[in-house]
Design a protein around this ligand. Structure first.
Ligand code: BGC
Length: 591
């Protein structure tokens, strides 16, 4: 073992060794079954009992073996005193050895039982039976109404996006987009060819944001972005044609809560996802960008400022007019949907001709007493840069789920020595276990969970874990993932309920939104509803996706669920912003 590694090799016991040899109980399915909730099947529970039976053979067999060792020593009349003495000494050493082994096993099994008790307690606290999910759905709908009624009426901000027209395919010309919302940003250009040509050509580039800029001044952040954008624009080549001498136009996807004041301006409410850049909250973010662009000599006009959910909705709607809702499940999380403009009581402006408005819910900040919260969530929130904020996001999004797992493992290390002593320093350090790490462990299908071992080594420098320990780690990932996926499903169904697409006939809104549409009553006939989904968590974490889909179907019922399609709309937010820049551009009228 290399110095600095943290190992619990000695913990490897007979049961593990047997499991490893047979390869039987280390399989993915059995581990998963062991972790499934109390509502699991008899077979599952049977398996769980087996795993929860530490030391089944331990104590009794260990003592028996010790006694046997003594009883089996050669001793007979007629042997010399020396031999007899030697035999007694050997027996004594063997007995002492056996006592050490036995007491070590007793301790290890006690520790394992403690770990399992911690796991069980955590699993119970995270439980999301369908009855609880329904309470969350209803709480979300109540908060949505309150957020639409008045500013500050709810933790759900329900921000009008000023998008009352979604792209319909008529858009033509060259448009740019800038998509900023996480540790990377994306720049993109697209040549649109109207109904016939659609997307004639597009190019994009992804640039990572140096970590220090996430906490630098707003000016520094925007200047860095403007410089990268300018260099991308300078490389504009064949096939991209701006109209005449007009300034190039940009759709700016800014994936943070913004109070829009127009389609192309808005003030940042607060940073999320770990950003803390000074001087930006309360200010118009478009002005920051335009000043930075002017500084680097870039001639470009911001035509649309949109949240990433709104960009995803526009991108999805461009191809499919059943798209009514867009959700991001990535580093952060959020949802937007098409609302009836006359249902937005806090709206003071004129009602748009379409009587529709895309609402950015900012559901990451949703909270309800029905949401399951544990010591791990409390600790995570208290240590975050925004305590008390983004409660829903902290339960279900990619930035946080890995750290929730780490916090549970840390408790097991502190209270039950799961990884041996001393505790690995990296296990004590926030965010050393990312959600991609967690997904890799949870996706481990090897019989001996060797990917779990690899991640423990990579993330925490912990090695030599027993199979039982790796199973416990796997199960912690399962509990956190299951809770996240099922809560996200409650969010999806809450929005569908608000717009009357959940099969209960309640709620209203969500009529098609296009240049020509006008207010219509919503028919009670079931219609196809497409939820455009984007974000790395949804795209790359298969089991999270499965839990989400399964709970959505549980909540809606099979029949209604047939008409609700959750579709991956990969990177729709960038192109969606370019499309919105086009559909809101004054130059479109001349095309
Ligand atoms: C932000 C939202 C954004 C979401 C997904 C959240 O942290 O508040 O505005 O849409 O992340 O990127």
């Amino acid at each position: 073992m290399a110095t600095g590694e943290y190992s619990n090799e000695t913990e490897k016991d007979e049961e593990d060794e047997e499991e490893e040899k047979t390869g039987g109980s280390g399989s993915r399915r059995e581990c998963g079954a062991a972790a499934v909730g109390a509502e699991g099947t008899g077979r599952r529970q049977g398996k769980r009992r087996r795993l929860l039976r530490p030391g089944r053979r331990g104590l009794g067999l260990g003592l028996g073996a010790g006694a046997g060792a003594g009883a089996g020593l050669p001793s007979s009349k007629g042997m010399g005193k020396t031999v007899a003495g030697l035999a007694v000494a050997v027996a004594a050493v063997a007995c002492a050895g056996a006592v050490v082994v036995v007491s070590r096993r007793i301790r290890e099994r006690g520790q394992r039982a403690k770990c399992l008790a911690i796991l069980e307690e955590f699993r119970t606290a995270c439980a999301t039976p369908v009855s609880r999910l329904r309470q969350i759905v209803d709480a979300l709908v109540v908060e949505m109404h309150a957020g639409l009624a008045s500013d500050g009426g709810s933790r759900l901000k329900m921000l009008p996006s000023f998008v009352d027209v979604l792209p319909n395919g008529d858009e033509k010309g060259l448009y740019y987009a800038l998509d900023l919302g996480g540790t990377n940003f994306r720049v993109l250009r697209v040549q649109l060819g109207g109904k016939e040509g659609r997307v004639i050509k597009q190019e994009y580039e992804e640039v990572s944001i140096p970590h220090r800029l996430m906490a630098a001044s707003g000016q520094e952040l925007f200047e860095y972005i403007a410089k990268e954008l300018a260099s991308f624009v300078n490389r504009e080549g064949e096939g991209f044609r701006p109209h005449g001498n007009q300034k190039r136009e940009l759709g700016f996807t800014f994936s943070f809560p913004v109070n829009q004041t127009a389609i192309n301006s808005g003030t940042l409410v607060q940073w999320t996802k770990g950003f803390t850049c000074d001087g930006v909250p309360g200010k118009n973010v478009v002005q920051f960008l335009e000043e930075a662009m002017a500084k680097v000599g870039l001639q470009m006009k911001v035509t649309a400022l949109v949240n990433d959910t709104v960009g995803t909705l526009a991108g999805g709607r461009y191809w499919n007019e059943d798209v009514m809702v867009a959700i991001i499940l990535g580093t952060g999380t959020n949802a937007c949907y098409v609302e009836r403009a006359d249902a937005i009581n806090k709206w003071n402006g004129l009602l748009p001709r379409s009587n529709s408005m895309v609402i950015n819910t900012e559901w990451g900040n949703f909270w309800s007493s029905h949401l399951p919260k544990t010591y791990a969530d409390e600790g995570l929130d208290a240590d975050s840069v925004n305590p008390g904020e983004q409660g829903f996001e902290k339960l279900i999004s990619g930035m946080y789920m890995g750290d929730i797992v780490r916090r549970v493992l840390l408790k097991m290390a502190q209270e039950a020595d799961i990884f041996g002593k001393p505790i690995a320093p990296k296990l004590m350090q926030p965010y050393t276990l990312s959600t991609p790490h967690m997904s890799k462990m949870h996706g481990d299908e090897t019989h001996d969970l060797r990917n779990v071992a690899k991640v423990l080594k990579d993330a925490f420098n912990i090695s030599g874990t027993s199979l039982t320990v790796r199973k416990i780690v796997y199960m912690v990932c399962e509990v956190v993932c299951e809770r996240g996926g099922r809560l996200a499903a409650a969010g999806v169904v809450g929005i569908l309920k608000k717009i009357g697409r959940d099969g209960t006939g309640a709620g209203a809104g969500g009529q098609p939104l296009s240049r020509s549409s006008s207010a219509k009553n919503v028919s009670s006939r079931p219609r196809r509803t497409v939820v455009a989904m984007d974000g790395g968590l949804y795209e790359h974490y298969g089991k999270f996706r499965e839990y989400l889909q399964q709970a959505t179907t549980e909540l809606l019922g099979e029949e209604v669920a047939k008409n609700v399609l959750i579709e991956l709309s990969k990177d729709g937010s960038g192109i969606g912003a370019a499309l919105l820049a086009a559909s809101h551009s004054p130059s479109q009228k001349n095309l």
